[in-house]
Design a protein around this ligand. Structure first.
Ligand code: PMP
Length: 452
């Protein structure tokens, strides 16, 4: 057998080999472009052709909080690798870095969420949370509490558990059977209030629906509800202020746990260390990943209330874990990343980014294919429609085409998701970069709407 070692020398060669060998996440026949990113600094990345691109997506997936190319994080990883690259955290073992990080997270998190389980990413965090919720009830002699309630338009991951909770049907089509005992309810989607809730107050409608769903499943059969405080992938959907407190009341009445999926929102994206605290959600469990290391290491953490953490380790214990749960390099990077975010007040800058976007994107009010613009700190969604009257969502390939144009004509990376254009820049983005991003989007969308 011969082993071929290739070092592609041209960008075309790289792109061809990529097409030949790599299956990309969310790859589809509609997408033929290949953009091979090779370097990054701050809010800027460069492709294999040397093109400079402004990254208004935070590394693509809302995760790059401190920006690209931070030597401090590379050094934190290198130092930890030299000292101890990895040793398991199973059973009696542990490492100093995860202890330090767990204490820090417990200090930052709301309420008594002082127990931490480490993972390698968001989907693993969500799997862990739903297992912990079911097990908590089982250990308290309520083994029938197995149903998990999630919401349409919610994103919770791609594994069989988390992927079933995700409220986008393509995640479940053709790969079933999916996780049993998952039920979905409507999201707080104010732009589509009339079509979703009729003339009812949105929160009243959603609370009634939740209560009816719980009654239908049987209150003693429901383990938990999971939701993002502000829905990210669904298109930056911020709920009415009374939504989470009222959801919490309903769940409390029925002994159901609340899981806040903060994989996007934790660590400053919306201006708070934990967005759930601001929305008065009072979660029992919080899932995190992404911004915890700003993408410099594949890492996540689940925070649980003391009572839940204590309960699931009783009896047979929590028979759950991944080889790389509690990775010391991930923890060292997370600690250094949190240092940067605190030192540079990146949650504060996320709020400033939000204000700059609101101003910069204001001219979209005159673009007929833009239905709604939603900004929440350093997260924004531009909802594209074919017609403002009917609010008919624009087809994905057309939205994709617009983001490709924004990149090709202005060197700005934005992200198409369903019928939204998503902006989730690094939290270090400055005012001039936000202005460039906004201008690029306004100009392309305005011209495209005129057929130019
Ligand atoms: N939860 C939320 C809210 C997310 O946005 C994501 C990823 N976009 C996940 C979970 C899954 O995380 P991962 O892709 O790291 O598995």
């Amino acid at each position: 057998m011969t082993i071929t070692s290739v070092r592609p020398s041209t960008s075309t060669e790289l792109e061809d080999l990529d097409r030949r060998h790599i299956i990309h996440p969310l790859q589809s026949a509609a997408i033929s472009d290949r953009v091979v990113i090779v370097r990054g600094k701050g809010s800027t990345v460069w492709d294999a052709d040397g093109n400079e691109l402004l990254d208004a997506t935070g590394g693509g997936l809302w995760h790059s909080h401190v920006g690209h190319g931070r030597r401090e994080l590379a050094e934190a990883a290198a130092q930890q690798m030299e000292r101890l690259e990895y040793f398991t955290s199973y059973q009696e073992f542990g490492n100093d870095r995860t202890v330090e990080l767990a204490v820090r997270l417990a200090g930052l998190s709301p309420g008594d969420l002082n127990k931490v389980f480490f993972t390698s990413g968001g989907s693993e965090s969500v799997e862990t949370a739903i297992k912990a919720a079911r097990l908590y009830h089982a250990r308290r002699d309520e083994p029938d509490r197995t149903w998990i309630i999630s919401r349409y338009y919610g994103y919770h991951g791609a594994n069989y558990g988390s992927g079933t909770l995700t409220g986008f049907p393509p995640m479940q089509l053709g790969v079933g059977p999916n996780l049993p005992h998952v039920e979905k309810v409507s999201p707080p989607y104010l732009y589509r209030a009339a079509e979703m809730y009729g003339d009812k107050d949105p929160t009243d409608f959603l609370i009634d629906e939740l209560e009816q769903t719980i009654q239908r499943l049987g209150p003693g059969n429901v383990a938990a509800m999971i939701g993002e405080p502000v829905m990210g992938g669904g298109g930056v959907l911020t709920p009415p202020a009374d939504y989470w407190p009222r959801v919490r009341q309903v769940l409390d009445r029925h002994g159901i746990l609340l899981i806040a999926d903060e994989v996007i929102t934790a660590f400053g994206r919306t201006g708070a260390w934990f967005d759930s605290a601001r929305r008065l959600m009072e979660p029992d469990i919080i899932t995190t990943a992404k911004g915890i290391t700003s993408g410099y290491f594949s890492f996540g953490a689940v925070l649980l209330r003391d009572g839940i953490g204590d309960t699931i380790i009783q009896d047979m214990g929590f028979f759950h874990g991944y080889t790389f749960s509690g990775h010391p390099v991930g923890a060292a990077v997370a600690l250094a990343n949190l240092d940067i975010m605190e030192r540079e007040d990146l949650p504060g800058n996320a709020l400033a980014i939000g204000e700059w976007f609101k101003a910069g994107l204001a001219p979209l009010a005159d673009v007929p294919t833009v239905g709604d613009v939603r900004v929440e700190g350093a997260a924004a969604a531009i909802e594209m429609v074919t017609d403002r009257g009917t609010r008919e969502p624009m087809a994905f390939p057309d939205v994709f085409g617009l983001t490709a144009r924004i990149r090709a004509e202005y060197g700005v990376i934005s992200r198409p998701y369903a019928h939204n254009i998503i902006l989730s820049p690094p939290l270090v983005m400055n005012e001039e970069e936000v202005r460039r991003t906004s201008t690029a989007i306004v100009e392309v969308l305005s011209r495209a709407a005129r057929g130019a």
